[in-house]
Write a protein that binds this ligand. Sequence first.
Ligand code: GLY
Length: 391
Amino acid sequence: MGELGKCSNQEWLDDVYEKILVKMKAECARVGTMIPYSPKEGRYHDLDGMGGIHNWTNGFWPGMLWQMYEATGDEAYRTAAEGVEERMDEILTDMKGVDHDAGFLFLLSAVADYRKTGNEASLHRGLIAANLLAGRFNPVGNFIRAWGDGLNMNSFFGDGDVSGWMIVDCMMNIPLLYWASEETKDPRFAHIALKHAKTAQRYVVREDGSCNHIVGINPQTGEFSDNPGGQGFEKGSSWSRGQSWAVYGFALSYRHTKDESFLATAKQCAHYCISNMAVNDWLPLVDYRAPEEPRKYDSTAGMITAAGLLEIAEHVGEHEKRFYTEAAFRILRACDEKFANWDPEVDSIMDGGTYFYHDPSGENTEVPIIYADYYLIESVLRLKGKAMFAW
Ligand code: GLY
């Protein structure tokens, strides 16, 4: 255990906040309006995610910049974030590139800008993105179609028809619809989000709080068909990043709808994640139901789970908060100790991110991935009372 292993949570938090300030200032100066995904040899590169400008992760860098602008007021962050947002316009004019990840992409860029500055052009971008997301709703099956229409993940799972597939990750996209309804005073967007969340609650979450990644629904009849395997170890296993999307996503649906069942589901998924990490030194494996060896970690799952636990903590009673906050601290601290690189000369903070369990190339296993950093920063700033609410 390092020096800080013995300090209080508050001391750790203050220390890590100072390190984020130094690291992000240096990164912002180097990266500017690039849109990075995962550094190579310590340096970020522009549009290096597998979908180029359409990659679902492209909102995380502007999201980090807006978070830092909120915390520090340093205009360099705002200028870079605005530059990235303009570059992302290309996504909105190419229907082949848009899928359900419009939420991840635009909540952290245009919508964050609009919420912070009131910029009208950003409002329009956010509403176009919300309309594209709403247009993916299948009203017979009450779900938002995940992939397809051009850029998609089909190649990982075969070339079959995915028009009836929804995935747990989308729980983080639908806050774009809740936002659009709040903004336009038109409940249609929120109706779609609510219906999708109910379908996810039914077919994604298992009784013990573990989750399926994918839900297959007959797109013609709306009947449930199956739960194919996804980015985890196998069908029926428990992909940890999917688990973390459920924790945070259901908590957010509770925030926006006040439907108590969503908070109960978020807690159920959270308890499952906490139990699994508690028996593993508070570190996130890639899948909570995979063979003991090889041991593979995914720091992104840890950071997202921690962020989700902090969201839950905002919605529970005074005497229940500590459980979720303390668990978040333990995960953040364990991952900091094992995976963080605070050298300001090196791009990215968190190593140890894994995109999917089965990765023959090894290039996407235990590497730095930008959204681990986004959720780390969001969590630390939230604990410091300096975060921008982005969802
Ligand atoms: N949303 C895609 C992933 O979590 O890998």
